[in-house]
Design a protein around this ligand. Structure first.
Ligand code: MN
Length: 312
């Protein structure tokens, strides 16, 4: 994904949040944007009150989109630096192409992980099927690896832990001894939790991690708090367990991680440490340098928005 919201704002992780708050239940409204062809995205991260959860620095929940009405997701070539893009689908399929020559279809229950490092460009297009529904997250890379060579990996199978009727797919990190393969660089976790029938479970979690929950479908209660589809439930650190109640056919995404210690600047599709780095990456993209070419995509590359701190 690319930052497609109408106002592309600079997000500075230094501003206005505790590094590791105690256990809390903070309901934060998602920003909603219609990005054409009936596709709605709901942005959970970053937001003013909460820039990061561990190293997770961006979370878009997109769809469900009815593809039978035409159109679909169609995001032309655009650049990234300093992050990993992490795509996971509930329904439908997306074709990923990038400037390394990767050409990869992703389907439900799979992960696409693109490590941008010093720079990569990619495109994303929905393929056939009636519905598209998924999430894209970004993971901030820590300083020692944020300028590494770019890479792309597809993970067709993720481990699943079954707890009564509840299925817990480990998308990143570890849960109950099940370790997900996606290569990550800081301690974090991502879980897709679902149940075909009404269920209640106690989920053991890591007290040193901060956590957040986004409902992807259905109705959920977390320690008696009920985030809607339009809210992020931020939970802070310091908890050993979560009490989760799910209505039948509910899907939720739980993300967590060790609080990220470095200041992070996010603007458009770049994660950096200074506005100068972002300016340089933007100019390199506009000049056709650094990021390479995404071959085979039928359409225009995305232009960077004007850089707000350089405009008169
Ligand atoms: Mn992208």
């Amino acid at each position: 994904m690319s930052d497609l919201l109408p106002n592309c704002q600079l997000s500075d992780s230094k501003e206005g949040e505790e590094s590791c708050p105690r256990p809390i239940h903070e309901l934060l409204p998602l920003r909603e944007a219609h990005i054409g062809a009936g596709l709605i995205i709901r942005r959970a991260l970053p937001q003013r009150e909460r820039r990061l959860i561990g190293a997770w620095c961006f979370l878009d929940h997109f769809g469900p989109l009815d593809l039978s009405k035409g159109g679909g997701l169609n995001i032309g070539p655009h650049p990234h630096i300093g992050l990993q893009t992490f795509t996971y689908l509930l329904e439908g399929s997306i074709l990923h192409r990038d400037s390394l020559g990767s050409y990869q279809k992703i389907q439900p229950d799979q992960v696409n992980l693109m490590t941008a490092g010093k720079g990569i460009a990619h495109s994303e297009e929905s393929l056939g099927g009636d519905v598209l529904h998924g999430v894209q997250l970004w993971i901030a890379l820590p300083d020692e690896v944020r300028n590494i060579a770019p890479s792309f990996n597809h993970y067709p199978e993720l481990p699943v832990h079954q707890q009564n009727s509840v299925q817990i797919r480990v998308l990143a990190g570890e849960y109950a001894g099940a370790i997900a393969n996606p290569k990550i660089y800081t301690p974090l976790v991502g879980l897709h939790i679902t149940s075909p029938e009404e269920a209640e479970i106690v989920l053991p979690i890591e007290p040193l991690f901060e956590y957040g929950v986004v409902v992807l479908k259905g109705v959920v209660s977390i320690d008696e708090h009920q985030p809607t589809l339009d809210e992020l439930l931020y939970l802070g650190c310091g908890r050993g367990q979560l009490k989760v109640k799910l209505a039948a056919n509910t899907h939720l995404l739980l993300i967590g991680g060790e609080p990220f210690k470095e200041e992070v600047l996010v603007w458009w599709n770049f994660v950096a440490r200074s506005v100068d780095e972002i300016s340089e990456a933007t100019k390199d993209w506009q000049a056709g340098h650094r990021f390479g070419e995404v071959k085979g995509y039928q359409g225009m590359r995305l232009a960077a928005p004007p850089i707000p701190w350089e405009s008169v």
